[in-house]
Ligand binder design. Structure first.
Ligand code: ATP
Ligand code: MG
Ligand code: MG
Length: 587
């Protein structure tokens, strides 16, 4: 059993469950409302949370925090978590994003199936209720139609040092306001010509309470409601109502909404006073955002990276989007583990990518099959091959376990011939101190094969090394009696030239050169890492010729790699490097 560390949210939930704070919850709206039907019967013993993405982009690693927090709390306390598309803004929202968000929530291991413990909702299904609620606020003298220009409104809002100034339209009667609001709804006024505002307090020290806008006119086709509406609710108005209609008990959001909480409460209390909502009402709680070092996690900035071609799409493996991280090869288990480890506090947190890499290694170490790969190939010629084995056509069969601790994964078969590919860094004409690999006169072992003795190298006209020369030391084959008689310190990874599988391998580095690319208002594009992607032509052992896309492997000594889910084809392999075998951070 895994014991989760407590945090301030868990303490609040446990207190509420003990006090029975949610007892007596029921729906007070009009029967037949979509929300009424969707939310279903309320079990007062349970909590209800929600993950409310706006479908205007792809989810990023910060959203994973919110997903795991909300779904996780519901699971741990026997409650329910709603997946709610906060789709009240007609302009930027698309079905493509709705589908991608559902896919990623499921990929992380959470479910919103109606038969399960969670549910799927669309905020746009509540437009009718939101409209009725607005008419109620108007009739109660709590909202008015303001015809000031946006500039006038901004100027009259005041700032932290100056109170705001009342709009000349603030004193209109409820009858006049209702008439105007209905005209807005019926399309009789131009986009942007007027807004509905809450009537609260233009002198409030909290600027969010200085008569915030509730509705605006916008002629735009909505992905769900089409052209039915030309007025749309503002986010700050819509969100509390969505929570209340779905009987959310704990509405958990990020810190930047802290100043909105008084309006959240004002609105819900006002609607409850009018009998449109039932008490107890949802309560908002804020926690610190999760940020990952060397990336940006803002949909707007991620979109800019995509639109301006700095990366190859939302699912570029360098992107901190969940689709990008999946394509890079990170497992959902590693992402969930990282997010859970990040803690839930009142402070924004910066996590280093090395934390994620640590969880990835911990996840894959015990399950990913091993394979040989040469990423920077240099030819090695075994010059006594024919002499020793009768002909250059001879092949020595070799084998290795697919995984050192999982015999059930079987063995890998490959063979040695007179020419093999080795890593360029495994030969030095003049060795540095402590170098145990190949240099003239030194012996090393071809892993799973023979001990060889380096005799020299070949060069081209420019002096570039084109091949390494060596001889096989007889009777030293791995796994045969006496193989260890000749002691060597260096072990060389290799792939037989006669059977090597050519592959494209993509090596990734950080997307930005600064840990906090957008800190202090810096233009994050200025610190893009120009070397964040390096593509190499590698050689792989023959067993990888037909491997399926998305297969994760450990290339011995190099790290963890995944067959790219988009570009990889059996017969034409493309691999992405997920991460190295140990933390090379800062080295
Ligand atoms: P962005 O600022 O990247 O556009 P957002 O907050 O506008 O993100 P939404 O789709 O509204 O995006 O987010 C859905 C939920 O995810 C919200 O409850 C939001 O608070 C939460 N969330 C977004 N980013 C983070 C983050 N970095 N850490 C934790 N939670 C986050
Ligand atoms: Mg948002
Ligand atoms: Mg945001």
């Amino acid at each position: 059993l895994q014991v989760k560390p407590s945090n301030f949210l868990r303490a609040i939930i446990e207190r509420d469950l003990e006090a029975g704070t949610n007892a007596g919850r029921h729906f007070a709206g009009t029967p037949g409302d979509a929300a009424h039907q969707a939310a279903g019967p309320i079990d007062p013993a349970k909590i209800r949370t929600r993950f409310p993405p706006e479908p205007n982009g792809y989810l990023h690693v910060g959203h994973a925090k919110s997903i795991c927090l909300n779904f996780g709390l519901a699971r741990d306390y026997g409650g329910v978590c709603h997946l709610r598309f906060d789709d009240t803004n007609p302009e930027k929202e698309e079905q493509e994003y709705v589908d991608a968000i559902k896919e990623m929530v499921a990929w992380l291991g959470w479910s919103w199936d109606a038969n399960d413990t969670s549910h799927l909702f669309y905020a746009s299904n509540y437009f009718d209720f939101m409209y009725r609620a607005a008419e109620y606020l108007i009739s109660a003298g709590l909202a008015y139609v303001d015809e000031q220009t946006p500039e006038e409104m901004r100027a009259n809002r005041g700032d932290f040092t100056t109170p705001g100034t009342d709009s000349p339209f603030r004193a209109r009667t409820p009858e006049e306001n209702l008439l105007r609001f209905r005209e807005m709804r019926d399309g009789q006024h131009a986009d942007g010509s007027m807004v509905l505002r809450a009537k609260i307090d233009m002198a409030s020290p909290n600027i969010n309470l200085r008569d915030p806008a509730l509705y605006r006119i916008r002629r735009a086709t909505h992905h769900n409601t089409g052209d039915r509406w030309c007025i749309y609710p503002m986010y700050t108005y819509a969100h509390p109502i969505e929570d209340a209609l779905e009987q959310i008990t704990h509405s958990i959001c990020t810190l930047e909404f802290e100043d909105q909480r008084p309006f959240y409460d004002w609105l819900l209390e006002s609607l409850a006073d009018g009998g449109l909502l039932a008490r107890p009402l949802p309560k908002q709680y804020e926690f610190g955002r999760l940020n990952l070092s060397y990336v940006v996690t803002s949909k707007r900035k991620l979109r800019q990276l995509v639109d301006e071609g700095h990366v190859n799409g939302w699912d570029d493996p360098r992107m901190p989007t969940l689709v990008g991280m999946r394509r890079r090869g990170y497992t959902p288990e590693s992402i969930v583990a990282m997010v859970d480890s990040s803690g839930t506090t009142k402070a924004n947190a910066w996590l280093d990518y090395s934390v994620l890499d640590g969880y990835l290694r911990a996840d894959l170490e015990g399950k990913a099959a091993r394979a040989s790969a040469v990423l920077e190939p240099l030819k090695l010629k075994l010059t006594n091959w024919a002499e020793l084995f009768g002909s250059d056509g001879h092949r020595e069969p070799c084998s290795a376990p697919a995984h050192p601790h999982l015999p059930e994964l079987g063995t890998r078969q490959f063979s040695l011939g007179p020419e093999v590919w080795i890593e360029r860094e495994d030969f030095m004409e003049v060795p540095v101190k402590g170098y145990h690999r190949l240099y003239p006169g030194n012996k090393a072992r071809l892993k799973y094969g023979y001990v060889i003795e380096c005799t020299g190298c070949q060069k081209d006209a420019e002096g570039q090394i084109t091949a390494v020369l060596a001889t096989v030391v007889p009777d030293t084959k791995s796994g045969t009696p006496g193989a260890d008689a000749v002691k060597v310190k260096g072990v060389i990874t290799w792939v037989g030239a006669h059977e090597a599988v050519a592959a494209e391998v993509r090596l990734y580095d950080r997307l930005f050169t600064e840990a906090q690319p957008d800190a202090g208002g810096r233009d994050f594009l200025e610190v893009l890492n120009p070397a964040s992607l390096k593509v190499v032509s590698a050689y792989l052992e023959p067993s990888l010729a037909e491997v399926a896309a998305d297969t994760r492997l450990q290339f011995e000594r190099h790290g963890y790699f995944v067959a790219d889910r988009v570009d990889h084809r059996p017969g034409k392999p493309v691999f992405n490097k997920i991460t190295g075998l140990r933390d090379s951070f800062g080295k």
